[in-house]
Design a binder for this molecule. Structure first.
Ligand code: NAP
Length: 607
């Protein structure tokens, strides 16, 4: 797509930077970790359950037997349901809270929403569906449409039920089925259930004192209120022209939407606890000339290349096919090893990690210098500078974000010293002892990604065989076979970051698991089994294999500033990637394939 070269990065005092990182982390650590957030249920349920985009159509409760229920109609659910159908099990019902397929891409329609990773690696099944994205970084509506495309591709619409929230899941041994209870009073009796909620399905709110006192307007970025703001995902929020707006949160969602709020609001106040790294966007059109160069298997090749850059290291002469801020550290490392004839470092993990940290420091220093070159007020520029290792938090890519702080109608308020916004009143937001009066507060405060499992999954109760609660079963850590099935939970499958392979294109993880789950379900049906679950021994063995092979990331994660990546500073069980399989994503794929090819369903008990 474009020429790719290493970047020039400045020298840094590594020890001083490490010390600064420590101090900035300590300033933000909160003893209550994930508990600092409010769950969007009870009086806050509207922030999760209300759909501002599609009217809810009343319907009668459903009482039926279904072969497979897939909980969630985002990429993970679509891929699982699609592959199960392709494997020959046709009775597959997706149950989805949104009014259409899309998951995160249905709900997140805030102005500026865009993919941050290369669309040709991120969007699944491009070759299978014959679709090529229009830009290297698609806007949100193109991603949402691709979800709908996949739904049609697999014929999943007819049996899907939308605007339906699964409240509880209970294994009913008398009928060997899961009882799926929903907010629409449904009682669906499913032979198999696939959990495909995705990592970001439930918004969370900051537990700021006085949050319910506010008398103005308020909403979360994942439920954008265009009635109130006007405009759409490309901006034009004309109804904000006379409004004073506050936004709380400067992660990926905040960063993408702030330029549009800044352009439209009478005044915008940005409350920042931790700044994000902001790299160049560098979006380009995907041209027909480039498309003509693609050979079959091209998407897999790009994904593997991206994986190498993000999780391993480029070999000498290996091209960087993705070529962006995600791959810049690997690209720079490759150039450094070339220039110093230092390739031997790759064989020594300690030397390799030390070198990678130095390259990381230089790279982040480049990003800090970039802030100072764009933001004209030196104090504001300083406040916008992040101080933590690059991958401690999700990096951001945006060309309009930093310039927004040069506008006269934008104020940046640093709330790090109070570990978050101090208080919300009837009329505004209090920070550092000062009340900022506003008409509207927008929460860009993220999702239940690594908070406690019952908060994150939201399905209560979630009860398997003999009354066993999944949350109790996993209280001291995940216990699965291959990250997808768990003893005591017959006919239950999990998609997502639990105990499996991790790669840079998250949808590739879902694809790998979808193929495997489809195989197991189809085989169980084919072999006339009523139930399938892993034996306790097989599960224990997988947990042992995982832990023995794990790359221990805890020291890195603990050194990071708090956020959902490291369980708000408590990374033990709460990494956003779960417990990754040490040998890597592609080794995991090989292992699963060998297991399937073997045909014995080793470790599974068929009943
Ligand atoms: P997030 O990364 O979790 O950010 C939440 C923000 O709220 C943080 O800046 C956080 O500050 C702030 N916050 C929380 N409590 C606060 C308090 N009491 N006072 C002040 N600030 C507070 O959420 P997100 O931005 O919605 O992104 C979540 C994830 O969704 C991303 O990391 C990404 O994986 C995905 N996403 C992707 C895209 C994309 O691909 N383009 C776009 C949006 C989201 P701290 O950092 O100090 O905790």
């Amino acid at each position: 797509m474009q020429q790719c070269a290493p970047t020039r990065t400045p020298d840094v005092d590594h020890d001083a930077l490490r010390e600064k990182y420590r101090a900035e982390r300590d300033k933000r650590l909160r003893p209550e970790g994930g508990e600092q957030y409010l769950v969007t249920e009870g009086e806050f349920a509207e922030f999760y359950e209300a759909d501002p985009y599609t009217p809810v159509v009343p319907r009668l409760p459903i009482r039926e037997d279904v072969e497979v229920v897939v909980l969630g109609g985002g990429f993970s659910g679509l891929l699982a349901a699609g592959r199960i159908k392709q494997a020959g099990v046709d009775d597959v019902r997706i149950v989805e809270l949104g009014g259409d397929f899309g998951g995160a891409w249905y709900w997140n329609r805030y102005p500026g929403i865009q993919i941050d990773t290369d669309a040709t690696a991120y969007l699944p099944l491009l070759e299978e569906t014959g679709y090529l994205p229009t830009q290297k970084y698609s806007l949100g509506d193109e991603v949402y449409e691709h979800c709908q495309r996949i739904g049609k591709h697999f014929g999943l619409y007819d049996d899907a039920i939308f605007h339906t929230l699964v409240r509880s899941l209970t294994w009913d041994a008398s009928i060997s089925r899961w009882r799926v209870a929903t907010n629409r009073d449904d009682d669906i009796r499913a032979r198999f259930v696939v959990m495909a909620q995705g990592p970001f399905h439930r918004p969370k709110l900051p537990g700021i004192p006085g949050i319910t006192d506010f008398q103005g307007h308020t909403f979360h970025t994942a439920r954008w209120d265009y009635e109130y703001t006007g405009g759409g995902i490309r901006g034009g929020l004309s109804r904000l022209a006379d409004k004073r707006v506050a936004i709380i949160g400067t992660g990926s969602s905040g960063v993408q939407t702030i330029p549009h709020l800044a352009a439209a609001a009478a005044h915008l106040t940005v409350f920042q606890r931790t700044p994000s790294y902001i790299n160049e966007r560098g979006n380009v059109e995907i041209t027909s000339e480039w498309a003509a160069t693609l050979e079959p298997g091209w998407q897999e090749e790009r994904r593997r290349n991206f994986h190498t850059a993000a999780f391993e290291a480029f070999a000498p002469g290996q091209p960087d096919l993705i070529c962006d801020g995600w791959t810049e550290i690997s690209r720079n490392l490759q150039a450094h090893l070339d220039a110093t004839n230092g390739w031997a470092a790759l064989t020594d993990p300690v030397k390799f990690m030390a070198l990678r940290e130095e390259i990381d420091h230089r790279y982040t220093e480049r990003l800090r210098e970039r802030i100072a070159s764009i933001v004209t007020d030196p104090a504001t520029a300083e406040t916008l500078k992040p101080y933590y290792n690059y991958m401690c938090k999700r990096p951001c890519f945006n060309d309009e974000y930093l310039p927004a702080f040069n506008r006269a109608n934008v104020t940046l308020v640093d709330v790090s010293s109070s570990r978050g916004v101090e208080r919300i009143t009837a009329t505004g937001v209090v920070a550092n002892g000062v009340e900022h009066e506003v008409d509207c507060i927008i929460f860009a405060s993220g999702f239940e990604a690594t908070t406690d499992l019952d908060r994150k999954m939201g399905v209560k109760p979630f009860v398997g065989r003999d009354g066993l609660s999944l949350y109790d079963h996993w209280a001291d850590g995940y216990r699965t076979l291959h990250g997808m099935t768990s003893h005591g939970f017959p006919n239950q499958f999990f998609v997502g970051f639990i105990q499996g392979g991790v790669t840079a294109s998250v949808t590739a993880v879902f694809e790998q698991q979808a193929e495997h789950i489809a195989y197991v379900i189809a085989e169980a049906v084919e072999r006339g089994a009523t139930t399938v679950e892993p034996s306790e021994e097989a599960q224990d063995e997988w947990v042992t294999t995982l832990r023995a092979s794990a790359f221990d990331n805890t020291a890195f994660a603990r050194a990071c500033t708090p956020g959902y990546f490291n369980g708000e500073g408590e990374p033990r069980l709460r990494s956003q990637f779960g417990e990754p399989y040490g040998p890597g994503f592609y080794a995991m794929g090989d292992l699963l394939k060998a297991w399937r090819d073997d045909g014995r369903l080793e470790g599974l008990i068929l009943g």
